[in-house]
Write a protein that binds this ligand. Structure first.
Ligand code: ATP
Ligand code: MG
Length: 419
């Protein structure tokens, strides 16, 4: 039996990295006043259609949608922001001039062609800073994304790209100009872009096709169609990033895949040149909450794809972490209660351990302790126990010590301090 195409088990070997990402984010986000939110994985299909937009790839072809027994159209969430916007409205957790800073980490579902860094069930860590239209909010969220990657030691492998996509009016004017320009070259465009000319022309800017990119390079640039307010917002964000020493590159062709963005759009990419090199995508969405029936509440946020982040971490770092510091090897002992006494102490000092309960010889058990990278092996032989001591083997140096049973507590307390 194989898992469904595009889904993967996250095995214990990887879980510690997931937990590290979660814990680092948890602490940092708490520091910045963000609170965790968990919304359902299932939502009405209509929510995503209204939020993300009918002409986007997600709504057009990537949604996991089914009809439930009551004939309602249900979709497994393809991203987090729509659900959070819905949650703000349905829980009425909006009030005047109040900020809501929330974050989430969980599975998302998109029916895409599975490949490296692209799955059908994948995970996102995301945050939303809701309630401010000020550029300082954009700077705050970018700073946090940057900080998370820095804490994970991978910021040097990443590049922040930023752009402004203006407001809807500015985009409409620009889109007309873009279409006029591209129509002249229609035959030379890649197939996807040809399709998009009528449906979602802005997405053509995102094309990875070299010929299309060349055509775009001589075409109209979105920023030249922005008015003073949009430009000022963009300049403020850039100034803030500069002050914070956050390295960024302006990418004139950066647009996000979702309809609801305005002003700031940004991505953090790995320096690798493959199709799945975007780790984090985000931007400002001032009209989304209103669009689905709530009040006008401006917001800005981002989402990091955990699987892609994990690929980067694994490719660039040595991540093996053994959390079983102590290995316990026992050899035919008569009074097993002593094991529980030892474990009691290990538990008290929060020393992680594995009790080997196989029928293997002690020598084999020690070998296993080496293999899994434990620091110390506690060896309980019947003979030693009769003489009231147990053996301790330091696996790196192979040094053995005899510890009297009545001194185990003191000894493990000392071990806890030095491990
Ligand atoms: P792409 O252009 O790679 O399809 P996207 O624009 O669809 O990305 P977003 O909707 O902005 O991606 O999602 C934010 C992040 O979530 C992405 O930058 C990526 O890291 C991750 N992500 C998106 N789709 C997938 C997927 N199918 N599998 C794994 N990670 C994904
Ligand atoms: Mg996509």
């Amino acid at each position: 039996m194989q898992p469904l195409r595009g889904t993967k088990d996250i095995l214990p070997n990887d879980i510690h990295i997931w937990q590290r990402i979660y814990n680092i984010s948890y602490n940092l986000l708490k520091n910045y006043g963000y609170e965790e939110i968990r919304t359902p994985l299932l939502e009405r299909t209509e929510l995503f259609e209204r939020c993300i937009g009918n002409f986007t790839d997600i709504v057009n072809k990537e949604m996991y949608t089914f009809t439930d027994q009551n004939n309602r159209s249900i979709t497994l969430r393809p991203e987090g922001t729509s659900s959070i916007a819905r949650s703000i409205i349905s829980n009425k957790i909006y009030s005047n001039n109040k900020m809501h800073r929330v974050w989430y980490m969980g599975p998302m579902f998109r029916y895409e062609r599975p490949q490296k860094g692209r799955q059908r069930q994948f995970h996102q860590l995301g945050l939303e800073c809701i309630g401010s239209s000020a550029s300082i909010a954009d700077i705050e969220v970018i700073k946090i994304a940057n900080q998370i990657l820095q804490t994970l030691n991978c910021i040097n492998n990443c590049q922040l790209e930023i752009n402004s996509i203006g407001n809807i009016q500015e985009r409409t004017i620009y889109t007309e100009k873009l279409v006029q320009y591209l129509e002249k070259y229609e035959q030379e465009l890649d197939e996807d872009s040809k399709q998009r000319i009528n449906k979602n022309p802005l997405r053509i800017l995102d094309s990875k096709n070299i010929k299309t990119q060349e055509i775009l390079n001589s075409g109209p640039i979105l920023r030249n169609y922005l008015d003073t307010k949009s430009l000022r917002h963009f300049d403020e964000v850039c100034d803030g990033l500069q002050y914070l020493n956050i390295d960024y590159k302006i990418n004139d062709f950066l647009v996000r895949g979702l309809d609801y963005y305005n002003y700031t759009a940004f991505e953090i990419k790995t320096k690798e040149n493959n199709q799945q090199n975007t780790i984090c995508g985000g931007g400002r969405y001032d009209s989304l909450i209103k669009q689905i029936g709530g009040p006008q509440i401006p917001a800005v946020g981002w989402a990091i794809g955990i699987e892609r982040l994990l690929i980067l971490l694994k490719e660039t770092q040595y991540l093996i972490e053994n959390n079983k510091q102590i290995y316990i090897a026992i050899d035919n002992i008569e009074n097993q209660n002593v094991i529980w006494n030892v474990i009691d102490v290990l538990e008290k000092y929060k020393l992680n351990f594995e009790l080997d309960i196989t029928s293997n010889k002690v020598s084999k058990k020690i070998k296993k302790a080496h293999q899994i990278g434990s620091k110390i092996c506690l060896i309980l032989y019947q003979n030693n126990m009769k003489e009231n001591y147990i053996k301790i083997k330091w696996l790196k140096t192979e040094i053995e010590q005899k510890i009297r049973i009545e001194n185990i507590r003191e000894y493990l307390k000392y071990i806890k301090k030095i491990l």
